[in-house]
Design a binder for this molecule. Structure first.
Ligand SMILES: [Zn+2]
Length: 170
């Protein structure tokens, strides 16, 4: 098990791998504490303006140098909507407002909650674990990080095409 603790956080005894609830867990033989490996949850914002989407370039690994939607991990006890707003402000300098839920994507270890959002105010500028921010039209997209980013962007692009098709219909 990756990142599994070796010692019981409750009593300090060494943990052992045991079957519980039909799955292998780290269990404390002394006090019966069971370690549950929980998924990580990230929240991202999809902000579009004048046919362009707001992206950030990652200054840290994983996927350093590639572009993604503003966002990050949800803190323990934090509302994911507030996490998305907080991360957007930290990374882009913009205050944003959530306008809807786009999707929930499963990325193996991480579950990504994608919100639609709009800019309220602020001055665009990269900060935190980001070294560049920018608006991109579908035809000028940079190299993207993460499969979740790719999926959300490609769905956005096909949505734009469908909208164009609809406009011309009688
Ligand atoms: Zn214990």
């Amino acid at each position: 098990m990756i990142d599994a603790p070796r010692f019981c956080p409750r009593c300090g005894h060494a943990l052992a791998d045991e079957m519980r609830f039909n799955k292998l867990h780290r269990v404390c033989p002394a006090c019966n504490y069971i370690h549950f490996a929980n998924p990580k949850v990230a929240a991202v914002v999809f902000i579009q303006d004048k046919g362009r989407v707001l992206l950030i370039r990652r200054a840290v690994d994983p996927e350093r140098g590639k572009w993604a939607l503003p966002g990050g991990f949800v803190d323990f006890g934090e509302d994911p909507r507030l996490a998305a707003v907080r991360e957007a402000a930290e990374e882009t300098g913009l205050n944003v407002e959530i306008t809807g839920l786009l999707d929930v994507l499963f990325g193996g270890v991480t579950i990504v909650i994608a919100y639609a959002a709009r800019v309220i105010d602020g001055i665009l500028g990269a900060a935190d674990d980001v070294d560049e921010v920018g608006w991109f039209a579908p035809g000028e997209l940079p190299e993207l990080a993460f499969e979740s980013t790719e999926r959300l962007i490609s769905r956005w692009i096909s949505g734009l095409h469908n909208a164009e098709d609809t406009v011309g219909d009688p």
